[in-house]
Ligand binder design. Structure first.
Ligand code: SF4
Length: 357
């Protein structure tokens, strides 16, 4: 369990299944655990002293053992269209900043969370990939982003986050344990109470972790970054393809659908002259025809350093229409937050932040 420089245990790193035991071991009744979790994750207090429905002596004991310190919000940047906000949070006892994005769409408030600092998978179109993997985020660093975004929304008099996408910095399925235990907190009714249908994890295709997820009956959405129509091409832009090639990805996607009943989304980044050709349409139709899935067509976002060109708007529609004509369900994704480098592939991050329909 992580201890900070103050010698205190970071409470938000406790697995949800262990909170009641921890409280009981302190000589308290188990029901106090529920009260504490509501204070921490729903009211988002940063001091046990504020938990005024609990005995003073318990608050004192908790303060001596645990810390509720929040990650410091060091930057916010809002898009001109006011439908995206990018946040920078300073990690605990670190000089590193992790980025998250809030997407605002009518009644939906979608938090795009990061799961790693950097990423080791090295997709060439992705700014995060260029950082390499610095380290996995701890459970409380994943949850801390959500707490910070809800604090921000509350200050604006807005409603809390309604939807979650794990599409910020890093590959969540490569940080499976912390991602999984953060999910428990996100979904728990005494904490954030966000159901599986409003959560999506995006992956470059880490098959063993997809398999684990599939067997956990969480009913969360799965989005696979496909981005190419042949192994040769995909391996060039996504080296993870050498380990988990397209045929295996599609096979696991089909099993995921069979097991969960949730249609898998394939994210497909359009790069001019590379992935937007008629050959691509034919190949995608061969690969995905007859499988009830969705294809999200996304223009590549020219990062600060990438040399990729995004196809003209009309070309995106033409590409999606051609997929439709082949019987595939394709949607065009509006790439919000471009001017704040908070759009797909720009977070110093990954290619997604997708709204879920
Ligand atoms: S696209 Fe995702 S998996 Fe690929 S390098 Fe970026 S963060 Fe990692």
């Amino acid at each position: 369990m992580s201890e900070g420089n103050d010698g205190l245990i970071r409470f938000k790193n406790l697995k949800i299944s262990s909170v009641a035991d921890v409280i009981e071991k302190m000589g308290e009744k188990k029901f106090r655990a529920t009260q504490i979790m509501k204070w921490v994750y729903q009211k988002r207090v940063d001091s046990f002293e504020l938990m005024n429905n609990m005995p003073k002596v318990l608050r004192q004991k908790l303060s001596e053992k645990f810390s509720l310190k929040k990650m410091e919000l060091v930057s916010t940047m809002e898009s001109r269209s006011r439908d995206a906000v990018k946040f920078g949070f300073l990690l605990h006892e670190s000089s590193h900043i992790v980025e998250s994005v809030l997407l605002i769409d009518r009644n939906r408030r979608t938090a795009c969370l990061s799961s790693q600092l950097g990423c080791g998978l090295g997709c060439v179109f992705c700014e995060t990939g260029k950082m390499g993997l610095i380290r996995n985020l701890a459970q409380d660093e994943i949850i801390g982003q959500l707490i910070g975004i809800n604090d921000f929304l509350e200050k604006r008099g807005d409603k809390s986050v309604t939807n979650i996408v794990f599409m910020g910095m890093g590959e969540a399925l490569s940080n499976f344990e912390n991602f999984r235990s953060a999910l428990d907190i996100i979904m728990n009714e005494d904490c954030f109470n966000i159901g599986g249908r409003r959560i999506t994890v995006s992956t470059a295709g880490v098959i063993p972790s997809i398999e684990r997820l599939m067997n956990e009956d969480l009913n969360i959405g799965l989005a696979i970054s496909l981005n190419a129509f042949s192994d040769k091409q995909r391996s060039q832009i996504m080296p993870v393809n050498n380990k988990y090639p397209i045929a295996r990805l599609i096979e696991i996607a089909k099993r995921y659908f069979d097991k969960t009943g949730r249609r898998v989304t394939f994210e497909y980044v359009l790069i001019e002259g590379e992935t937007d050709t008629d050959e691509a349409v034919n190949a995608l139709s061969n690969l995905l025809g007859g499988f009830p899935c969705k294809i999200n067509v996304i223009p590549v976002n020219p990062g600060k350093s990438s040399g990729f060109k995004s196809p003209a708007e009309g070309r995106l529609e033409t590409f999606a229409n051609k997929l439709h004509q082949r019987g595939l369900s394709a949607t065009l994704r509006k790439s919000r937050g471009k001017d704040i480098y908070g759009a797909c592939g720009q977070l110093s991050s990954r290619e997604s932040c997708v709204r879920q329909d």
